[in-house]
Design a protein around this ligand. Structure first.
Ligand SMILES: Cc1cc2nc3c(=O)[nH]c(=O)nc-3n(C[C@H](O)[C@H](O)[C@H](O)COP(=O)(O)OP(=O)(O)OC[C@H]3O[C@@H](n4cnc5c(N)ncnc54)[C@H](O)[C@@H]3O)c2cc1C
Length: 229
C-alpha cells in the first residue's frame, strides 16, 4: 500500500514573514519546486494565511507537496503575483519603472503592481520599508524586488493534515486490483473511492471517482458485471 497522505489541503510554512501578507487573496500563478523537480504551474485565487498558503491553486499542488514532504524533501511553492504579464510585457514594465523618477517612497514606486500587503512582504525580505525613498535603494535591490513579484519562493514545511484535507493521496495501488476492483491478493474483497491510490485535482473528479468506482465494485461484488468473479 502506498502511504495515505492528506491532499487538496492548505500548505504550511515556517516563514514568519508571511504574516505581513496574512488575509491577502489574489490571482496568482503557483508552481511546486522539490529539489531539482518542478511540477506543473497552477493559477487561481491564492490565499495567504498567517500559517502558510491556501486556495484552489495551492490545493492543486498539495498532493505532490504532501508526498515530497513525507519523503523528507525540501519543498517550495514559487508564486507569480503577476500572472497576466508575458515575459516581454514584464521586461518593458521593469524598464519603464526603473527609468522613472525615484524621488518617491517605494510604496509609490511600485504602485499598481501587487497588493500593498504583498509588497510589504517582499520589502520585508529585503529588510526595507515601503516608506523608504526609491532613490535611496540601489538598482539591484529594486530589480530583485521585481523579480520576487514573479517568482517568490515560500518554503513549505507541512500541510493542514487530514483535518483540513479534502481527499487522501495514496492507498491501495490499482495494480493490486483487477478490472472489477477486486483485490488480487484477497478474492471477494472489492475496493472503491479513497481506499484506492487515486486522487484528482479540484473540479469534482474525486466524487466522480468515488461514484464510478463504487458502482463498479458494488455491481461486481453482486455478480452483476460480466467477468466479475
Ligand atoms: C470538505 C470536503 C470537500 C470536498 N469537496 C469535493 C469536491 O468539491 N469535489 C470532489 O470531487 N470531491 C470533494 N471532496 C472529496 C470527496 O468527498 C471524497 O473523495 C469522496 O467522498 C470519497 O468517497 P468514499 O466513498 O471513498 O469515502 P467517504 O465519502 O469518506 O465514505 C466512507 C464512508 O465509510 C464510513 N466508514 C468508515 N469506516 C467505517 C467502518 N469501519 N464501518 C462502516 N462504515 C465506515 C464513513 O463513515 C463514510 O460514510 C471533498 C471532501 C471534503 C472532506
Amino acid at each position: 500500500m502506498k502511504k495515505p497522505l492528506p491532499a487538496l489541503v492548505p500548505l504550511l510554512s515556517d516563514d514568519t514573514d508571511l504574516k505581513a501578507a496574512a488575509g491577502v487573496r489574489c490571482d496568482a500563478g503557483i508552481r511546486l519546486v522539490c529539489g531539482e523537480s518542478t511540477f506543473r504551474a497552477e493559477r487561481g485565487e491564492l490565499q495567504i494565511t498567517g500559517k502558510g498558503i491556501s486556495g484552489i491553486p495551492v490545493f492543486q499542488i498539495s498532493s505532490e507537496a504532501s508526498r515530497a514532504l513525507d519523503e523528507g524533501r525540501r519543498v517550495f511553492a514559487e508564486i507569480d503575483f503577476l500572472p497576466d504579464f508575458t515575459e516581454e510585457m514584464w521586461e518593458k514594465e521593469k524598464s519603464r519603472r526603473l527609468s522613472e523618477d525615484r524621488n518617491c517612497m517605494l510604496g509609490i514606486f511600485f504602485l499598481g503592481l501587487v497588493n500593498r500587503k504583498v509588497l510589504d512582504l517582499l520589502l520585508r525580505k529585503q529588510g526595507i520599508q515601503a516608506e523608504k525613498k526609491a532613490s535611496k535603494v540601489d538598482e539591484d535591490t529594486l530589480v530583485s524586488i521585481m523579480r520576487d513579484m514573479r517568482s517568490f519562493k515560500v518554503r513549505v514545511t507541512g500541510t493542514g493534515g487530514f483535518e483540513q484535507a479534502q481527499v487522501t493521496t495514496g492507498g491501495i495501488p490499482l495494480s493490486q486490483t483487477d478490472k472489477d476492483l477486486m483485490s488480487v491478493f484477497c478474492r471477494g474483497l472489492y475496493m472503491s473511492g479513497e481506499l484506492l491510490d487515486v486522487d484528482g485535482i479540484c473540479g469534482g473528479y474525486n466524487l466522480q471517482w468515488a461514484f464510478t468506482s463504487g458502482w463498479i465494485a458494488g455491481m461486481s461484488a453482486a455478480g452483476e458485471r460480466s467477468g466479475g468473479k
